[in-house]
Structures are given as structure tokens and as C-alpha cells.
Design a protein around this ligand. Structure first.
Ligand code: WT7
Length: 656
């Protein structure tokens, strides 16, 4: 990657906190020091105070952290609250009642605004509709929707009645949806006829119908369908109901059900190095506290901000920083429905000017793509409303950082490069805009209460600067995942086993510089990062092998100037298919991956080969394939290779 240790090691620029920003920040240097001290001295008191101060409880908690079943930690477990109450109802008092909670712009340019009072009403109507369809506390509800206000309303309605939502990104295929419906055993699926994407319709309901075929092992009894694109669809009698009909006779009064702090709020699937994506689940109170606090600290959200996180609600970024974090803070959240460059490359900048957006949170892949389009697009618009910029998903290469800071931020906005994961619930390592100087390419320091460390192979702390190692978290935090849905053993194995359950192992490597700033160095497992989204190589490989012509496949990442990483697949064909047309097969395999996972998993490069390089014990030599895919000279030890001739065939000669 362009953000490899070599390019960032030479990065020495530092941008101090602008004085006028520091003066008005939610968190200043003095508070930061005090919070860090409290967290170190008495973590229970630190977290307990924050949870009491920032959340409204139906039943106050006495216990802060329970660690007797560690690493199955429990936070505030004897307390009760409702997440939707905290995100909506509590802002109905006073002036915020009629402030905009959501400002939405459709891809076609339509604009809709929902005040907190209106959001409160819509959420209750839909919560009653869910109840009417038989949804009870603890039931799972799947949401497969476009980026429209109803997606947010559906999530909050679930939270209000204690249903556990699982949002499936609208770009995922029918097959991916099917897997998630099976794994969660969701009773209700909420979808739309279609979604707008670059002027075209993504047929969500048709995908849903394919996922819901009777022979599949799902438990869906009811499908609620929002009309968005007007696409012709099949409505199955007795199963499918329009959103409008489901809410028509409902009352707009649905009390928020107090939930135990540890009751799951949602399940969200994310890729790992083996098998199918795993269902990470989060708690109600601890998750809400962490998404809320990090929004307040890292984005410095204020009542007068218009805040925009460009992520889809199908990702954790959309959960924590489109919905729960900003709404818990009573912010005005901007939502955009469609494709970033539609109808032309200035769509983002036009919307920032049109809506007076003051905080923008997006991903390096988008920044690089805009950068490539040229400065004339942002220059056409007045971006002076912006006061803070954020980034997430992968390391920001210093070039992209500088462009974001100068061309978009006019050199005056602090940049928050936030490191975190689906599992962490919220930001973990990030600069605080009123406290921490920015270094382009670094995500700066752990947030108060977060104990991030770098350890070596043996699990010893690495204290020397600029020495890479495993990134681990050695103390629990309220926003941490509570497990893998239905698979506690996998939770232990995946995140805790590597160092005897002593640390949460993130799966990233990192180094710290002499100022203790963290610099992320990428994944240490077989997980790829394509456009800021996590993809397991095993997942893509199994999609390829599912094709009748394929005997074996191995997928590796290669650097890509916009996506960060792109996929390169090495494919071995079954004997009787070896004469097949390679171009046609390549196209068929790409289509197959799109169908089984989604377009983001489509390999850019497919190379056919007779065998894969394996060790004598039969393990695929991935590192070797990675070098081959990148066109590098082979420096790895290939003496364990089963068949040295394979290297010639893969188009590279071993360096002697
Ligand atoms: C992985 C988590 C958390 C929302 C986005 C993706 C990488 C994320 C950064 C960053 C360097 C980053 C890590 C991490 N990552 N943010 N600011 N700098 N790397 O969530 O799909 O759970 O992926 O994304 O490798 O482990 P996710």
C-alpha cells in the first residue's frame, strides 16, 4: 500500500490545533488530561460517571463492569434504558423538538427534512407496525434498504421495542442476504422495491425474493416493502405488505421499552480470515455510550452543526456515526441516497454548500477518487461551512490527507483519521480536534479509557518507537462487541486466543512513533481491505470454487490507487474445463462473485494456472502469490514449495 511503513516513516509534517477551534471544543487539553488520569486511576468510576452523565436511564445501574466471565464482559448490567428514547425522545424537550434530526437528499435531488418531533412520530408508527406483525422483544428483524429516512426509522423502531436489527448493506447480493437471514433467524424483513444508484435501480425486492425461497433455512414470515423506485415487483400474498399499509392504522404512540443494558441492540456481519462473515453483536447501553461519546469528542458535534457521515447504514460506520452516535447527541444528520459522483463529480461539494454541512466524515477511497477528478469540481462550490473533516476505513496516504485538508478543508479544518472496527463499536484511536496536533497518515492517540498497545509475537509490549507489532487492546471498554451471534467459541478464538485471553487482538499491525502516535500498517490476517470494506479471502475463494469449472482458487490483495487494495485471484480449472475460453470464464467468475457476495468482492485480476504454489504440507503459499500478483521479485524462501516449476508458470522467476 502507498501507506506502507516506508512512505509514512518519512512523514514528519505536523499541523497544530487551530486556536479558535480549541477555544470552542467539547474536549480541551485540560479535560483530556483529566479524563486520561481518571481512566487510569479508577476505570469503574470513570465509565460509571460518563454513563450516568450522558445517558438517560429507566433504571439506574449499580454495577459498572463485571469481568468474572471475561472476556465475556458485562457493562452496567443491572441498569435499564432504551436506546431509541436516548436518541429521540430526550431531544423533544425545549427548542431541539423542532430542529431537524434528519435532512435527506435523494439521488434525484428531492429533499426531505424530519424534525425530532416528526422522527419521534414516524418511529412510533413503525414500531407499532412491527408489533402488529408479531415482532417481540429479542426477535431479529432484517433491514435491506436504500439510504432513505425509513432505514433510520426502521432501526430506531426496532430499538424502541427491543427487537434486534441486522442491517444488510443494499449492495450485497441475494445470497449474502440469505446467509444473514438464516444465521439470525429473523422473523421480519424490511426492504424496498428498489434503490437508486447512479440513475439505475438496484432491485432490492427481487433480491429479497430470491433470498426467501422456501427451501432456504430462514424464518421470515413477513416482508415490509417501502415504495421508493416504483419498480414493478411481486407482492406475495400473506407474506408481503407495503410500508404504507403496515403503518396506516397504527397509533403514533408506542412507549419505549426499557431494556437491560446488556440486551443486544444489533447484529452486523463482518468478514474474517476463515469461513463466512460472522455476526458481531453489540449491547444496548455500552454501545450507545461509546458511539455517543466518541461523536461528541472526536467530531466535536454541537447543536448548530449539520453533520454528514457518508457511510451507508449497512456498515458499522452507518450504525455508530449516521444513526446512534449523532442522534444521541441531538445533532442534525444529513443523509444522501445515491452514488457519490452522480450526476457529476461535484455532487458531494454541491450538497455541502446547499445544506451548509459543517462536519464531513468519509473514507480514503472516496477522497482519492475525488482527488483524481481534479480540483475544479470542489472549487465550483462554497465549502466554507466545513469546520471538521473525518476519515475511516483504511490508512490515509499523506497525499490524500493533504488534499483533503487543503482543497476540501481550506487548510482550516482539523482532520480526524479514526481507527476502529465493526467490533469496537466506536472510534478507538483518533486525534481530538481541540487537543491533538495532526500528523498526515497517523490516527494519533487512543481515546480516554482506551488502552491500546503494540505487542510482539510473544505478547510482550513493544516500547521502542517505530517498531511494528500486533495492535491489541488490554482493557475492556463499553462499546466492545459482546460476541459472535450463536458462536461464543469463535469469539474467543478470533479475538482472544492468540495471547492467552490477555488482550483483544484487533487483527491489525501498527507502530508508534516517538510522540506515541499510532501508525496503522494493515491487517496481519487473510483479510483484505477494498475501498475501506473488509473482505475475507476465504469468502471470495469459496465463491469462485462454487463455479463448476473451478477446482481451486486463491485470492490475494494488490495495491490499488483508489480502492486501497484490489483482488487478484489465482484459479485452477478442473481438467475437463482447461480448454474453455479464458475471457468468457473470467467474466463468468466475476459475475459469480457478484452474485454470491456483491460487486465489491469482484476480482480485478483473474489468473488461470495449473496448480497453486503449496508447501509440502499442503498450505497455499499466500505470501508468494501476493508477491507474484504485485509483480515483485520473489525473495521468500521457496524451498518448502512442493513444485518449484510452478513459479515459472506463474510468470516469475525466483531471484537467485
Ligand atoms: C478494519 C476494520 C470501522 C469502520 C470502517 C471499517 C481498517 C479502519 C482505519 C484507519 C487504518 C483502518 C483496519 C481495521 N481501518 N479504520 N483510520 N486507519 N486502518 O470497519 O470493516 O470493521 O474494518 O479497517 O484494518 O481493522 P471494518
Amino acid at each position: 500500500m502507498s501507506t506502507s511503513i516506508d512512505s509514512t516513516l518519512s512523514e514528519t509534517r505536523s499541523f497544530p490545533v487551530p486556536a479558535d477551534f480549541a477555544r470552542q471544543a467539547n474536549l480541551d487539553a485540560e479535560m483530556f488530561a483529566r479524563l486520561n488520569q481518571q481512566a487510569a486511576e479508577d476505570p469503574d468510576r470513570f465509565w460509571g460517571d460518563l454513563a450516568r452523565r450522558h445517558l438517560e436511564w429507566a433504571v439506574p445501574f449499580q454495577l459498572v463492569l463485571e469481568a468474572d466471565q471475561a472476556p465475556f464482559y458485562r457493562w452496567f448490567a443491572d441498569g435499564q434504558l432504551n436506546v431509541a428514547h436516548n436518541c429521540v425522545d430526550r431531544h423533544l424537550r425545549g427548542a431541539s423538538r423542532h430542529k431537524a434530526a434528519l435532512i435527506w437528499e435523494g439521488e434525484d435531488g428531492a429533499v426531505r427534512t424530519l424534525t425530532y418531533a416528526q422522527l419521534h412520530r414516524e418511529m412510533q408508527l413503525f414500531a407499532n407496525a412491527l408489533k402488529h406483525q408479531g415482532v417481540r422483544k429479542g426477535d431479529r428483524v432484517a433491514i435491506y434498504m436504500p439510504m432513505v429516512p425509513e432505514a433510520v426509522i426502521a432501526m430506531l423502531a426496532c430499538a424502541r421495542i427491543g427487537a434486534i436489527h441486522t442491517v444488510v448493506f443494499g449492495g450485497f447480493s441475494a445470497e449474502a442476504l440469505k446467509d444473514r437471514l438464516e444465521d439470525t433467524q429473523a422473523r421480519v424483513l424490511i426492504t424496498a422495491d428498489g434503490a437508486w444508484r447512479a440513475g439505475k435501480v438496484v432491485p432490492l425486492k427481487r433480491h429479497a425474493d430470491q433470498a426467501l425461497l422456501r427451501e432456504h433455512g430462514h424464518a421470515v414470515q413477513r416482508v415490509i416493502v417501502l415504495r421508493r423506485t416504483g419498480t414493478e415487483i411481486d407482492m406475495q400474498d400473506g407474506r408481503d405488505i407495503w410500508w404504507g399499509d403496515a403503518t396506516a392504522a397504527m397509533s403514533a404512540d408506542c412507549p419505549a421499552l426499557p431494556m437491560q443494558a446488556e440486551d443486544p441492540l444489533f447484529i452486523l456481519y463482518t468478514s474474517g480470515s476463515t469461513g463466512k462473515p460472522k455476526g458481531v453483536f453489540h449491547s444496548s447501553a455500552g454501545y450507545l455510550l461509546w458511539s455517543m461519546l466518541t461523536t461528541r469528542w472526536v467530531f466535536d458535534v454541537k447543536p448548530e452543526d449539520v453533520y454528514w457521515c457518508t457511510a451507508d447504514v449497512g456498515w458499522i460506520t452507518g450504525h455508530s456515526y449516521v444513526v446512534y452516535g449523532p442522534l444521541a447527541n441531538g445533532a442534525t444528520v444529513f443523509l444522501y441516497e445515491g452514488a457519490p459522483m452522480y450526476p457529476q463529480p461535484d455532487r458531494f461539494w454541491a450538497m455541502i454548500a446547499r445544506h451548509g454541512i459543517s462536519i464531513l466524515y468519509t473514507a480514503p477511497t472516496a477522497i482519492r477518487a475525488f482527488m483524481k477528478m481534479g480540483d475544479e469540481w470542489p472549487r465550483r462550490h462554497d465549502l466554507s461551512s466545513l469546520r471538521l473533516l473525518g476519515s475511516v476505513g483504511e490508512p490515509m496516504n499523506p497525499e490524500a490527507w493533504m488534499w483533503y485538508h487543503q482543497t476540501i478543508g481550506g487548510g482550516r479544518c482539523p482532520v480526524a483519521d479514526t481507527w476502529w472496527q465493526t467490533e469496537t463499536g466506536g472510534h478507538m484511536i483518533a486525534p481530538l480536534p481541540g487537543v491533538t496536533a495532526n500528523k498526515p497518515g497517523s490516527c494519533a492517540l487512543p481515546l480516554p479509557g482506551i488502552s491500546a498497545r503494540i505487542v510482539d509475537d510473544q505478547g510482550n509490549f513493544v516500547r521502542a518507537p517505530d517498531v511494528g507489532g500486533y495492535l491489541v487492546i488490554d482493557r475492556p471498554w463499553p462499546g466492545m462487541l459482546r460476541g459472535i451471534w450463536g458462536d461464543p467459541a469463535r469469539y474467543l478464538e478470533n479475538y482472544w486466543a492468540r495471547f492467552d485471553h490477555r488482550y483483544y487482538v484487533a487483527g491489525d499491525s501498527a507502530r508508534r512513533d516517538a510522540d506515541d502516535y499510532f501508525w496503522m500498517m494493515g491487517r496481519i490476517d487473510d483479510v483484505l481491505n477494498v475501498s475501506g470494506h473488509r473482505l475475507g479471502t476465504a469468502e471470495v475463494e469459496s465463491a469462485l470454487v462454487a463455479h463448476p469449472a473451478v477446482a481451486e482458487a486463491a485470492v490475494v490483495g494488490v495495491p490499488h490507487d483508489i480502492k486501497g487494495e484490489a483482488l487478484c485471484a489465482f484459479v485452477v480449472l478442473k481438467h475437463r474445463h482447461q480448454g474453455d475460453d479464458r475471457d468468457e470464464l473470467g467474466a463468468a467468475l466475476r459475475a459469480q462473485v457478484t452474485e454470491l457476495i456483491g460487486a465489491i468482492a469482484r476480482p480485478d485480476d483473474i489468473r488461470f494456472t495449473d496448480t497453486l504454489p503449496k508447501t509440502r504440507s499442503g498450505k497455499i503459499m499466500r505470501r508468494l502469490l501476493r508477491s507474484i500478483a504485485r509483480g515483485e521479485t520473489i525473495v521468500q524462501d521457496t524451498s518448502t514449495l512442493e513444485d518449484e516449476g510452478i513459479l515459472q508458470q506463474l510468470g516469475t522467476a525466483k531471484k537467485s
